[in-house]
Design a binder for this molecule. Structure first.
Ligand code: NAD
Length: 260
């Protein structure tokens, strides 16, 4: 008997990076991941990879900032599986610029993906979790849920906001046996970060190597990147925790970059 036998998890942004690793691990432990991503082709490829390993998986094209698309994706999941045990609200983007130059449209786009996306997917899944009197929601926060770094005005704002949303959901969800928690990773080498390194090097006028050593990993205890496996482990710990003893919490997984 595996930890997630018979369970269904909707994981947003699961066509790539951290979300994909969570989907692979959830499936490896008996569960069925629903890979909800803007990029349907990549989501399909991830679902095929999971099916090739002998598990079930569903790919759903979804812009998490689009109310109708979220409602449809969750409804399609319910039609197919009849249950949603876990939501991992993970889809995210990054845009780096000094705040004085930050275009309002970019600010709004980033907040929409991270915060509207978390709200819309939470609301849509909670209806089914409340009916089942059971559920677990995990948000992918960041060390930037706890501190600020330059050039990331909307990202830092959104990631702090997820901690507040998680606490609210922990309180409103408790009577229905629904928990909410946040995992806060340090820097992980995913496509999101690989794009960021040259951009940040240019904006700060330093080399890519210096961005990695002197900016991204400077305050870690060992100069190491966090891995997708590290983050997935923490997410599945929260997802599989069975009682309200562990709710409304955030866990930093960052090689000691941020300690609390
Ligand atoms: P990634 O770029 O590898 O994956 C993000 C996925 O989200 C992509 O598949 C993308 O298509 C999808 N996506 C983007 N916008 C979407 C939308 N509107 N609707 C649905 N899907 C959308 O990035 P990642 O590094 O795996 O990031 C995943 C999460 O982890 C993000 O919330 C990010 O902020 C967070 N995070 C990443 C790091 C890091 O260092 N990589 C650190 C801390 C937190």
């Amino acid at each position: 008997m595996s930890r997630f036998d018979g369970k269904v998890a909707i994981i947003t942004g699961a066509a790539s990076g951290i979300g994909k690793e969570i989907a692979l691990r959830f499936a490896a432990e008996g569960g069925t991941p629903v890979i909800a991503d803007l990029k349907l082709d990549a989501a399909d490829a991830a679902a095929r990879e999971i099916k090739a390993n002998g598990s079930d998986a569903l790919a759903v094209g979804m812009d998490v900032a689009d109310e109708a698309a979220v409602e449809k994706g969750i409804a399609d999941t319910m039609t197919k599986y009849g249950r949603i045990d876990v939501l991992v609200s993970n889809a995210g983007i990054q845009i780096v610029k000094p705040i004085v130059e930050f275009p309002f449209a970019d600010w709004k786009r980033l907040l929409a993906v991270h915060l509207d996306g978390a709200f819309l997917t939470t609301r849509a899944c909670l209806k089914h979790m409340y009916a089942a009197k059971s559920g677990s929601i995990v948000y992918t926060g960041s060390v930037h849920s706890k501190l600020a770094s330059v050039l990331r005005a909307p990202y830092v704002t959104a990631k702090h906001g997820l901690v507040g949303l998680c606490r609210l959901v922990a309180k409103e969800g408790a009577p229905y046996n629904v928990r909410a928690n946040v995992v806060c990773p340090g820097f992980v080498r995913t496509p999101l970060v690989d794009e960021l390194i040259p951009e940040q090097a240019e904006k700060l006028g330093i080399s890519e190597e210096e961005v990695i050593k002197q900016v991204m990993l400077k305050d870690t205890v060992d100069g190491e990147f966090t891995t997708t496996e590290d983050v997935a482990e923490a997410v599945l710990f929260f997802a599989g925790f069975k009682t309200n003893a562990l709710t409304g919490q955030s866990l930093v997984v960052s090689h000691g970059w941020f300690m609390e």
